[in-house]
Design a protein around this ligand. Sequence first.
Ligand code: NAD
Ligand code: AKB
Length: 315
Amino acid sequence: MIKDKILVIGASGQIGVELTLALRKIYGNNQVVASDLREENELLRGTGPYVSLDVMNKEMLHVQVIRQNITQIYLLAAILSATGEKNPGLAWHLNTQSLLNVLEIAREEQIQKVYWPSSIAVFGPTSPRQLCPQQTIIEPVTVYGISKYAGEFWCNYYHHRFGVDVRSLRYPGLISYKSSPGGGTTDYAVEIYKEALEQGNYTSFLSADTSLPMMYMPDAIRATIELMESPADKISIRTSYNLAAISFSPREIADEIKKHIPNFTIRYQPDYRQSIADSWPQSIDDSRARKDWNWKHQYNLPEITADMLSNLAEK
Ligand code: NAD
Ligand code: AKB
């Protein structure tokens, strides 16, 4: 039997570091090749193979896939919502062309499985704001959301037309302490913990009551691996699954932080990211993921807050 050999593209990013470490625990250090345009993240150093790779260079990507005998690809390279609005053309180009490069190589080399994340950013102001369903009106207003929605249909197309086993999740905003977030609208929910510990105060770029769907990174990593390990016949959605845990606003997270740091203060100074957040639903209906492959989140806001503060304080 051929052993699984996994390529993680974008491994130095917020999700990539933790996903690479989790995959190495399951499949073995040498079976998971980390790759990124950036230098290797310090948490990955010494834990397994790393290659410097630009996913936009299809020939080099193809060479690595063949040279390393890759059987599964996790594509995490992307430009996120806030950074995307600063350079829409680049965000569209990277987010869609990287996926097409990977899907085409997966088809040619008969890669067993591909993972590519989408986002709650596919939804727009005309989607239901509460418990937004899997299938509904989807009219994204950010370039990031447009690129993710287009990507979902490319995944669906490569699956049905060419049999590529590509799987996807619409992640909510992810909270983590190991590696920093990379230019999203939900990044405030990571920054706030760092600033609370370092400064005792935080200026939020979203207004007090902007509630958004969020998730703690360990839940997101587990969801990703559970989806990828599910039998193919359990996967009924080949665009991308809605995925949810909790929803909260800057005011609610600040109140939770005050339970640990009583003198913590927060100010609100909404900027261009407010309109991005306002275009997204406040909560997501992920019942298809719960039914198809038994998805269950674990962490609530008090647990996330306690864990974030104690780990960041240790750091
Ligand atoms: P990130 O910005 O932290 O990491 C992306 C990584 O991709 C970076 O290390 C970057 O150097 C790398 N990269 C960029 N261009 C590259 C290229 N041309 N070739 C190779 N590598 C390149 O992003 P993240 O938060 O880890 O997100 C990973 C994926 O998950 C993205 O598709 C993102 O849209 C999706 N997602 C993230 C969140 C979240 O809250 N973090 C939520 C929803 C969806
Ligand atoms: C962002 O804010 O851009 C990301 C996301 C929800 O996709 N965290």
